[in-house]
Structure formats: C-alpha cells, structure tokens
Unconditional design. Structure first.
Ligand SMILES: [Zn+2]
Length: 563
C-alpha cells in the first residue's frame, strides 16, 4: 500500500496514465543519452516545434534506430525543410518521423537511390507499401545528419497520432533530465476593452517582477479597469544543454478561479501557423522575445488552449481588489509562479491607445484589392487576424508593403506592371523582398504577360529586381583532364547571386548522375559508389539554372581506373 501511494505521488502532475498512453511502446531512436536542443511545442518562426531536436554530439552519421515495430510508410528527400526524412507507421496507428538525416541505411538507402535514379531527381517523395520495408524496434534505419533547414547536426524526432497530429514525445515516457525551473522573462498586461486601462494607460504594459525568497514572483500592484488580458515571456532550460526550450503548460487563475490553460500535448499542422496569433507578433519582431498571450482572441482556433473562462480575459471593476496568478510548468513538473495583485481603478487621466491611421484600413474578413503606382496588392479574406491600417506606398520599382510587424496567415499577392521594360529585360525580372540591408531575396514570382505576380506571407519592402548573371559552377576536387581514381566523390560548388538556384542536372558520358544538393554549403556531391560509369574516360556535364532562367553549363573530362 505504501508503495502504491508513493508511485502515485511520483506520478504527480504529469501522470502518463491520464493520457492512457503506453510509456514503453516507443524507444529512444539514438543509442546516446537524450539531450535536446529543442522540445515539443517550443515557439519557432511561424510554427510550434512538432517534435524533439536531439543533440548528436555536434556530429553527423550517428546510427538512428526504429523507435518501435512497423514499416517505412513514407520517405521524403528535400533540399529544404526536413531534408532527408523517414516515416515509420506503427501497428498502433501512430507514426514516428526522423528528419535531417545524412542518409538512409541498408535496404532503405538502396530503395531511395533506385527511385532517385529512376526519376532522375535528388528531391523525391515515396510511399512504400506495407510489405516493402518492414522494421523491428531497434533496427538501424538511417544515420543522423544536418540536411534541410537544420542549423547544426541533430535528429528531429516526432511521434504523430493516427490523424497525423504531432504529439509530445514525452507523453510516451521518452524522458529528458530536467531539474531546472522555467524562466519567467517578463509579464505583460493588455488593455483589451475600449475603456480598459492598465496603470493609467491603454497601451500594453510590462509589469515589474519582484522575486520572492522561494524563487517565485510577485509583481508590483497593478491598477486596472475593464477587460484586460495578460501575456508572459517564458522558456525552460533542460539539464545538460544551454539552449532555451519551450515550457509545457501555463495556467492562470483570478481569485483562485481557473481562467485559462495552455498545454503542449499535441496540435495539428493545420493550426501551427496560428502561433502568430497566439504570440505578440509585433513584440517578437522588435524585441526578439516571444510573449504568449494568455487569452484567446478572435481568429485563434488553437487546440493547445485546454481550459478557458471568458477566453482567459479578466474584467476589473472600479474599487475592487483581485489576485491574478500565472503558473508555468515544464514537463517534469518544475514550477514557477507569478502573482499579480490588481486594484480596480478607473482613471480619468490616462495615456490613450495610439492608432496611426493611413488611407488603407483593411477588414480582416473581407478580400481587399489595392493599387499603388505600378503595383497592385490582393489580400484575400482572413489573411489578417485583425482589422488594421496598413501603410502601403509605391516608390518607382519599390513597394513599401507595411512593415513586418503584423502577421499574415494566408498568402497575399503582389502584382507589378513591367510593361515599361523591354521584352528582353522582362525575362530577367523577379520580385524580391528587401532585407534590412536592402538586399533582395527571391520571392516565388510568376510571369503573366507584362506583369510579375508574387505570393508572400510577409509584409515588408518589395522591389522589381533584374538578374542577368548566370549561376557560378566551381569544381572543388577535380579539373579538366585529371586522374581521380582515389576520389570517392565529385564535389562542386554552385552559387547564384540574386534570384537563386532553381534546378540542376548532371551527367557522366550522357548518363544521369545523382548529385545531392546541400544549399547551406552551396555544394553538389556525387558518390562514385553509385557506379553510373565504369569507363576510364569520363565526360562530366552539369547545367545549373537560376530562378529567372539564366543558365550555366560546366563540362570537364576526368579519368578513373576501371576497378
Ligand atoms: Zn526539429
């Protein structure tokens, strides 16, 4: 009985049983200790992180094992995103995902290569049937890497439910050492109602935190009136790593009555972009720190909000006192709390909300077309979360399309009239988004007669840019006429200055060779073990095309001993 009670207590607030999930079904996909550079639900750019980023000791090539029995149901090789990814469907209906791989292992690798050669493409997506690549728990399936949009060697690991919703892998007993209490960086109050005030102001206000002896916080007394909401900037550190991770849950109460809870158990990919609604986007863009808003605004369908009373808002009456509390937890139950004493007070003397009107007031639920100089902008309904004033101006070939402080949920389109350019020049034009140094970044641009049409989900400055320069091709480990019998691969650097690389194709003696593209290193690699040619004399040819169609061709003859 005593034992039972003890295990019940240990189970604590993150009791696995409450989710009815087996905690021994999935195992660690690596045979090293789990140290994370990213956890489930943490806030990323435009999305919540959908899995665990497991550190691989700054190295690539660590063996990756099937986390449970099942079969390889999907393989995706992409230059960006997940890079080389593998999906295993398990008999319980769940799927595990392994991403940013260096390469696949054994029969899986053979299967991928075979199909890449068949389709003559590095990028490929495959859905093998159930009997083709079965795996047992612990089978070697791949090697860890750094492919796709990965900022350093690691394994991205996901567990998805039978509706392809990513779930928190820690719910399955994949536990990470974490003895550190979440960090509270800031607490913020938002006056919401038209007559709402916080500390005699209608603007969002940062509260001063006073740490107590036990490590928890109290804020200085807040005077407030009307409908208000709170926000928190918080993150967590796990043991053994210095990077910031996400917290597991935030709960709020007003006078000990539950107001709101957000909890990172699972979400769906359809909703992940609503992160930009949930966090304070303008604040993130200007302060490089994320505030999670502890209330549900309109156009926020997020399922991570697991409890709410009045959408998490509080209503403060004049002359009454309240106590609002925020409790932040990590998955292991380490807890940090903040108490906010509120004094209801309606002040006659307050700082009003600042609104900067422009000629373009946009209703979020209407589609809007605007015309500025040689540009027109189409904003579909529900691209914006709120009705807003946008600041849009055309200056010659540049369109100032507000600033990147308002989130866009859907693509809007920008159309530029290029009829004043010659027929020849028009072919070389694209729409680029200008960064803070005024350097243009290619935005997927379509040509429609004498118009350029680009789609984007980011406000900012856009310009009509001409790219007349073809890509550059530079062989790194061979040159014309060389013997390279000892090389195991061909390595070539490809770069493009403005519009960027769109496609490439390489052959040896006229036969397609698979060159893997690592965009972060501007590197193309061919592995001689693919054995496309067993000739001694080899004529290599590579064509690289940029996003406006400028093309470069490189040819060289090299020799290899026939083995
Ligand atoms: Zn990841």
């Amino acid at each position: 009985m005593k034992m039972l009670l003890l295990s019940f207590l240990l189970c604590g607030t993150v009791c696995m049983a409450q989710h009815n999930l087996a905690t021994d079904y999935f195992s660690n996909p690596l045979d090293i200790n789990l140290i994370l550079s990213g956890n489930f639900g943490e806030l990323r750019s435009n999305h919540f992180h959908s899995g665990l980023d497991i550190k691989t000791n700054q190295r690539e090539g660590l063996p990756v094992y099937a986390s449970a029995d099942g079969y390889v149901s999907r393989i995706n090789v992409g230059t960006f995103g997940y890079g080389k990814a593998l999906y295993i469907l398990h008999p319980n209906g769940y799927t595990t995902v392994y991403a940013h791989l260096q390469k696949y292992a054994g029969k899986i690798q053979d299967y991928v290569k075979e199909n890449q050669y068949k389709r003559e493409s590095y990028e490929i997506e495959l859905f093998p049937s159930a009997d083709l690549l079965p795996v047992k728990k612990g089978d070697l399936i791949a090697y860890s890497g750094n492919t796709g949009g990965s900022g350093g060697p690691h394994l991205h690991f996901e567990i998805r439910d039978n509706a392809q919703r990513p779930m928190n892998p820690m719910l399955f007993g994949i536990n990470i050492h974490d003895t550190r209490v979440p960090i509270v960086k800031g607490v913020f109050a938002y006056p919401i109602g038209d007559d709402a005030q916080v500390n005699h102001s209608q603007e969002m206000t940062k509260l001063r935190l006073i740490q107590q002896k036990d490590g928890n916080y109290k804020t200085e007394d807040l005077t407030a009136f009307g409908k208000i909401g709170f926000g928190i900037a918080t993150y967590d550190f796990l043991d053994g790593a210095s990077n910031k991770n996400g917290i597991y849950s935030v709960e709020t109460t007003l006078n000990n009555t539950e107001k709101f809870e957000v909890r990172f158990d699972k979400f769906s990919f359809d909703e992940t972009r609503y992160l930009n609604r949930y966090t304070d986007y303008a604040y993130s863009q200007t302060n490089r720190s994320d505030i999670q808003k502890l209330f549900r605004e309109s156009n926020n369908p997020l399922s991570i909000i697991t409890k709410e009373d009045d959408n998490g808002y509080v209503y403060i009456a004049d002359s009454l006192d309240y106590s609002y509390q925020i409790v932040v937890k990590d998955f292991m139950g380490n807890t940090r709390s903040v108490i906010i004493p509120i004094k209801g007070q309606k002040s006659e003397d307050f700082v009003p909300r600042t609104v900067t009107p422009t000629e373009d007031f946009i209703y979020a639920d209407h589609a809007t077309s605007l015309s500025k100089g040689k540009f027109s902008v189409y904003i579909p309904a529900n691209s914006l979360y709120d009705n807003v004033y946008l600041n849009i101006k055309a200056e010659g070939d540049t369109l100032k399309l507000h600033e990147d402080v308002i989130p866009l949920h859907r693509n809007i389109s920008i159309t530029a009239d290029i009829s004043n350019y010659s027929e020849e020049d028009r072919k070389k034009l694209f729409l680029g988004r200008l960064n803070y140094r005024r350097k243009p970044y290619y935005t997927a641009t379509e040509k429609q007669g004498d118009k350029l049409v680009a789609k984007t989900r980011t406000f900012g400055d856009y310009a009509i840019v001409a790219d007349y320069t073809p890509p550059e091709i530079k062989p790194l480990n061979f040159s014309e006429g060389k013997w390279i019998s000892n090389q195991s691969e061909l390595r070539i650097r490809i770069t493009d200055d403005l519009s960027g690389i769109s496609s490439y194709r390489a052959t040896i003696n006229g036969k397609f060779i698979l060159m893997e593209y690592e965009y972060k290193k501007n590197l193309l690699t061919y592995d001689f073990s693919d054995a496309v040619s067993d000739d001694t004399e080899n004529n290599f040819k590579l064509i690289v095309i940029d996003n406006v169609g400028n093309s470069a061709t490189f040819e060289a003859k090299f020799f290899r001993k026939n083995t």
